[in-house]
Design a protein around this ligand. Structure first.
Ligand code: GLU
Length: 434
């Protein structure tokens, strides 16, 4: 296994560590931005400009529910400065969505697009709601009203939304329909992650998992390992977790544990992923799968394995559990799964982390391909999409790995350095416009 070259990070006092662990995902993104800015010796005005997004929109969405009552939902769209091209990022429906979370995710999208060399900066949207307790018609009314409210600031050249947590093709189709109807013209380039019949791309659905698989492949190569000798634990078995599991399983890796919101399952000899997918379809959960034992979601992260893949929500690897994580490598398919303090612990313990802005960028990369296809009204076959995705993921991994090895910084700082450098270059040549 390759020996990781380590840069010294200053030790922090216990009080400061406690404070660091309490800080939010947004502060974590800002912290790594500051570290990268310092190392890149960015000019003060560039730092000040890049540290904050351009716009935060908060909208109120009154929806008539099926029982006739009216409920108000709060919706958000946050956009970064469009220095490299239009803004890009998903829309999430979740009871815990806040404007701060959406802002953090928009900032992360900026660094994600930049590290991948895409002509986009970040954006993110969200509605605070619980789609699990809403009917399809209620979700449709809410989606269309939200689309109408954010219409003035989105568009194929301005800001292109996409799916995120608890949204998918269905919601994207409603958004295309709503805005196309308002504009009296069909606008497929308005969102990505659409159904294929409306201009969606081949390979978009499994793209985040497929991209994560390529990052895992490069990580294993770097560490002198291969899929056949690798045990993998995956937290989350939604679209992202499932596709990651499937592609690694197909290459001979042992997926020893997975989980969903109902809990986790474990089999040290490996789970049969196609059979598990069927079980999920039949029962609605991974729990209860025949050849497995139950494991609590929190214990799953600490299981013995080579590769840990958080593919659910943020803040899962924390100061509390980072010391007990046994994996040699972590492939972050969720956005922001590791807190700042946990990140430091993992680094000191020599765990190789493929950071979220690199590891889960497969989704937005195929979104970029979808947008390109929509602009040309010329559609690629599945093989072309996959070939291009592999190229983008592998090249981005190598850029970040090169920075990591050359500067002796951990992979997350390396990814931020690659990414911030590109946005800063654009800011420099465009200027502040003030
Ligand atoms: N929601 C995905 C992400 O966080 C995809 C965004 C997109 O395709 O624009 O990366």
């Amino acid at each position: 296994m390759a020996v990781e070259k380590k840069a010294k990070r200053p030790r922090k006092s216990t009080t400061e560590l406690r404070r660091l662990n309490e800080i939010s995902m947004l502060d974590t993104a800002r912290y790594f931005f500051d570290v990268a800015a310092e190392r890149l010796e960015l000019e003060d005005w560039v730092r000040k400009m890049l540290r904050f997004p351009k716009r935060k929109l908060i909208v109120n969405i009154p929806v008539q529910m099926d029982d006739g009552t009216i409920q108000n939902f709060e919706g958000f769209r946050v956009q970064y400065h469009p220095l490299l091209g239009p803004c890009k990022g998903g829309i999430r429906y979740h009871p815990d969505v806040t404007v701060e979370e959406v802002e953090a995710l928009a900032v992360l999208m900026t660094w994600k697009c930049s590290v991948m060399n895409l002509p986009f900066v970040g954006a993110k949207g969200g509605i605070r709601c619980n789609p699990a307790e809403m009917s399809k018609v209620e979700i449709e009314r809410m989606t269309r009203r939200y689309a109408a409210e954010i219409a003035p600031i989105i568009g194929p050249d301005q800001d292109i939304p996409a799916p995120d947590v608890y949204t998918g093709e269905r919601e994207m189709a409603w958004i295309v329909d709503t805005i196309s109807m308002h504009n009296h013209s069909f606008m497929p380039g308005l969102v990505t992650g659409k159904p294929k019949v409306l201009g969606g791309s081949e390979g978009r659905e499994g793209a985040t998992g497929r991209g994560g698989f390529y990052v895992a492949q490069e990580t294993l190569k770097h560490l002198g390992m291969n899929f056949r000798d690798t045990n993998i634990v995956i937290q989350g078995f939604g679209n992202v977790g499932y596709h990651m599991a499937k592609y690694c399983f197909d290459q001979g890796a042992k997926i020893t544990a997975v989980s969903d919101v109902n809990g986790g399952i474990h089999n040290s000899n490996g789970l049969d992923i196609p059979k598990l997918k069927q079980h999920l379809k039949d029962t609605g959960s991974v729990v209860g799968f025949a050849d497995s034992e139950r494991v609590e979601n929190k214990d799953l992260l600490e299981l013995d394995c080579d590769m840990l893949v958080p593919a659910a929500l943020e803040n899962q690897i924390t100061e509390e559990n980072a010391d007990r994580i046994k994996a040699k490598m972590i492939i972050e398919l969720a956005n922001g799964p590791t807190t700042l303090e946990a990140d430091r612990i993992l680094y000191e313990r020599g765990v190789f982390v493929a950071p979220d802005i690199l590891a889960n960028a497969g989704g937005v990369t195929v979104s970029y391909f979808e947008w390109v296809q929509d602009r040309a009204f010329y559609f690629w076959d599945a093989g072309t999409v996959d070939h291009m995705l592999k190229r983008y993921m592998t090249e981005a991994f190598q850029r970040v790995l090169g920075m990591h090895l050359d500067h002796g910084v951990e992979m997350r700082t390396a990814a931020y350095m690659v990414s911030v450098n590109r946005v800063a270059e654009a800011a420099r040549v465009r200027g502040l416009y003030a």
